[in-house]
Design a protein around this ligand. Sequence first.
Ligand SMILES: C[S@@+](CC[C@H](N)C(=O)[O-])C[C@H]1O[C@@H](n2cnc3c(N)ncnc32)[C@H](O)[C@@H]1O
Length: 175
Amino acid sequence: MRKPKTIGAVTPSSPQLVKKMIKAFDFEKIGDIIEFGPGTGNTTKSLLSKMRHNQKLIVFEIHPVFAKNLEKIKDKRLVVIQNSAENFEHYIKKHKLNKPLCIFSSLPLSYWKKPTLNKFFTAIAKEISKDGIYIQFAYSLNRHTALMPFFKNIGVKFVLMNMPPAFVYICSNKE
Ligand SMILES: C[S@@+](CC[C@H](N)C(=O)[O-])C[C@H]1O[C@@H](n2cnc3c(N)ncnc32)[C@H](O)[C@@H]1O
């Protein structure tokens, strides 16, 4: 509640929301996974439970307390980075992530300025390339317009059972 611009939520995502986000991709077909804004780690744990043994999961959490708690998850596939998601490209090279990438985000993007957002979406579109996928949740349908210049395919799913109800955007550049 004290950090609305970075936390962007009053409660962790519901199991229904996490399920809908995770269902959007096929763990057998994707390479490594990046998560932005894992917070208390609900989605991180669900992702780890579905991942192959040789897949990596790199999570970017800006809040030091959340990042410290995430480090307590003992799993060799998980790398916790306490840094802004804006700097993610550097870590793709550093950790030699396998493509096609799947990017999974709960960032409160409605607080980001347009130039920062455009730079961020440009980098995501470049990194997921043709076969990867970018999944973002938001509390409104407005996000669609901001995503359109960067992604050829944008699917939207509604999740009523969340506080507040949410939309899941599923973006790719598949032909
Ligand atoms: C809406 S919460 C989502 C938490 C969790 N994934 C969930 O679904 O319950 C957003 C999270 O993004 C983190 N965050 C905000 N801005 C960030 C940034 N620029 N880079 C990385 N993490 C950020 C916040 O600290 C917070 O944990």
